[in-house]
Design a protein around this ligand. Structure first.
Ligand SMILES: [Fe+2]
Length: 184
């Protein structure tokens, strides 16, 4: 083997973290990944704030549902961070806005949550289409199960919102939904 052949054989790309990468990550796609990671971390903190709101009002079923959602969002954030590390990147953590802690009604709060889930879905769809355009198949494969889970989350929140709207702030109906959520 000539010296030239040896050099070609050992040519490896290294990412910003110094890890070997098979396919470099496009800078615009990376920026979108960072933005999405921030959204997942924000959802984690926002759902934790909602957990506290319900806990303070002794609606423990709603509270435990949102605590679970909060932990789920942290797990999503971790998955994105791990994926970026696997792609040789250094993970940038950006500043988070303070979560909202005041709500006019449970319906307002659940509507807000539904919208937050819809925003997360849009951000995922954007990541998905940029990855497709760049033929970054690794990213599309990574995103596939996450998009599926996100669609389920939207459906769950739409379901809770439907029940809360129907309850129209009647305490007995709200307590029924609360005990239903406790069983989840
Ligand atoms: Fe999420």
């Amino acid at each position: 083997m000539t010296e030239n052949n040896l050099k070609t054989k050992n040519l490896i790309n290294f990412g910003p973290s110094g890890r070997a990468v098979a396919q470099p990550l496009d800078t615009q796609l990376l920026e979108n990944f960072f933005e999405h990671l921030t959204m997942e971390r924000y959802a984690n903190v926002q759902y934790f704030a909602i957990y506290l709101w319900f806990q303070e009002r002794d609606l423990n079923g709603f509270a435990s549902y949102f605590l679970n959602e909060s932990m789920g969002e942290m797990d999503h954030a971790r998955r994105f961070a791990d994926y970026l590390i696997a792609r040789g990147q250094k993970v940038q953590l950006k500043e988070l806005d303070a979560p909202i802690q005041e709500w006019e009604s449970i319906e307002d709060l659940i509507s807000f949550s539904f919208n937050m889930e819809a925003d997360l879905t849009s951000s995922l769809q954007q990541l998905y289409s940029i990855s497709e355009r760049l033929s970054d198949t690794r990213s599309n494969v990574f995103l596939d199960p996450i998009v599926e889970a996100q669609t389920k989350s939207e459906d769950e929140f739409a379901n809770i919102l439907g029940k809360v709207k129907f309850a129209a702030n009647q305490p007995s109906a709200i307590l029924l939904i609360d005990s239903d959520l406790n069983k989840k």
